[in-house]
Structure formats: C-alpha cells, structure tokens
Design a protein. Structure first.
Length: 110
C-alpha cells in the first residue's frame, strides 16, 4: 500500500465513525490521524471517496467554519445539503446553522 493509500485509509476509518446528525472538519480528521497540517490532503481523500463505491458518510465532513465546501463533488444538485438536512441539520447559504452544536471531534492518534 502506498503512503497516499495508507493516509486515505486512515481518513476513511475516521469518517466511518462520524455519528448521524454530526459533522467533523478536514482539520479535525487530520489532527486525529497525527497529521495536523494535512487538512487539504484530507480534502483530497474526501474528493476521491465520493467517486468510489462505498458507504462512507462523506457528507458529514465540512470545513472549519461549517461550510459545505465539498458539495460540488457529490452527484446531483444539493446532495450534500439534502443528506445533512435529512439528519436534522439546518443549512443556509451552504453553512450549517449552530455548527458548534453539531461538531464531532474524533479522538487523536487513531
């Protein structure tokens, strides 16, 4: 397994753990896997997983301000927002309302 594949696998393991109705950030995932300066690489992993056949809740990963920055990588219109709203989150102008109340922080060094 290449270093990139290993990194992506560790990201996906964290994403699998995000509870329904919660979100986490690219940076929180990077920090949890021991690569705190790799939030952008976590984003690359998330972009790649949307194109794969899997059941990852990729819609639950947002930027540090609660903005749906990855929405363009999902098929269809407003898929990311729709999935989050189905889990009880409210979104206005691509931003999660009361973001801090929905934030899930993964354990560090997973």
């Amino acid at each position: 397994m290449s270093e990139e594949q290993d990194f992506f696998s560790r990201v996906y393991k964290i994403v699998e753990e995000i509870p329904k109705g919660k979100v986490t950030t690219y940076g929180a995932i990077a920090k949890s896997i021991g690569a705190p300066k790799s939030a952008r690489t976590v984003g690359y992993a998330m972009n790649a997983c949307v194109k794969m056949e899997n059941d990852l809740p990729a819609h639950r990963v947002v930027n540090r301000n609660g903005i749906l920055t990855g929405k363009h990588h999902f098929p269809g219109n407003n898929t990311m927002q729709r999935l989050l709203e189905e889990e009880g989150l409210k979104i206005i102008d691509d931003k999660i309302i009361n973001f801090k109340n929905h934030l899930w922080e993964p354990a560090v060094n997973q």
